[in-house]
Design a protein around this ligand. Structure first.
Ligand SMILES: [Zn+2]
Length: 268
């Protein structure tokens, strides 16, 4: 019998602040993970991060961080690149104190429609960031994410190649793949491509899209793509996966996803 290991939880707090959110996740919602949202800036201080880290450890909740949306590692403007590095460093420092491992970010945009050159620039910058993270002693892993807009760098193949060449982590956003591929996704094929990795950090929601890719995230019940299909595929495999719910109602839909897995026989 395959023995999948699944940690599930919301993007963002399910209560008024990070500490009460962690308590509620553990004691009331019985979820295993949360992604801390620094998407609109790193507003948390190191003191709060340390407190969250102590509580997280006590409650055994897995934390990850979503770094700011403003990051662009393929920019050719020095000041923009420097700001991008700083957003990542701030995210890493807080993550280190919280004991959050994966630092998710959208890597960048295609330069003049040249995906190869874009890849090389992003790879070089991720390698530089990894070196700096090591120098500063932060125990974190960069996790470039598959993106939902066709103008953005981040197809599944690009992210896998980046993770292998830079020896960094990654984040597979299933909704973004679905939007990028105009409403198509083959979960078995995606998971097959990720077989060589020990752990998968992922995002899930439904999504509305146009020819250009994602428009907005939707609730799980929209079924685009279907969480049940992914759940069935996961239960067939010895996969170790963290699934962060990024729907508009992240903790309620996390519970919905938990119920779908449990109805299929999975025990958290
Ligand atoms: Zn995402």
């Amino acid at each position: 019998m395959p023995e999948p290991k699944i940690n599930l939880g919301p993007a963002g707090n399910c209560d008024k602040d990070i500490l009460s959110s962690l308590n509620r996740l553990k004691n009331e919602l019985r979820l295993q993970a949360q992604e801390v949202e620094f998407t609109f800036g790193v507003k948390m201080g190191n003191d709060t991060a340390k407190k969250a880290g102590e509580l997280r450890q006590k409650l055994e909740i897995e934390l990850s961080v979503h770094a700011p949306y403003y990051i662009n590692l393929s920019t050719e403007e020095d000041s923009k690149l420097k700001n991008s590095f700083n957003w990542i460093f701030l995210s890493c420092e807080r993550s280190h104190h919280m004991g959050a491992k994966s630092i998710v970010f959208h890597p960048g945009f295609y330069l003049k429609k040249n995906p190869e050159k874009t890849f090389d620039i992003i790879l070089e910058n991720v390698k530089y960031l990894k070196k700096e993270i090591k120098k500063r002693g932060w125990d974190v892993e960069l996790a470039p994410e598959t993106t939902g807009k066709l103008s953005a760098f981040g197809s599944l193949d690009e992210i896998i190649e980046l993770a292998k060449k830079a020896k960094c982590g990654f984040c597979v956003d299933f909704a973004h793949l679905y939007a990028r591929q105009h409403g198509k996704i083959d979960f078995a094929e995606v998971l097959d491509k990720l077989k060589s990795f020990k752990h998968i950090h992922s995002h899930f929601s439904s999504i509305e899209f146009t020819d250009k890719g994602e428009r907005r995230h939707l609730g799980i019940s929209a079924g685009k793509p279907s969480f049940e299909e992914l759940a069935k595929e996961l239960l067939e495999r010895d996969v170790n996966i963290t699934i962060i719910c990024e729907s508009p109602d992240t903790w309620r839909d996390s519970l919905e996803m938990k119920k779908i897995l449990e109805d299929l026989g999975y025990k958290f």
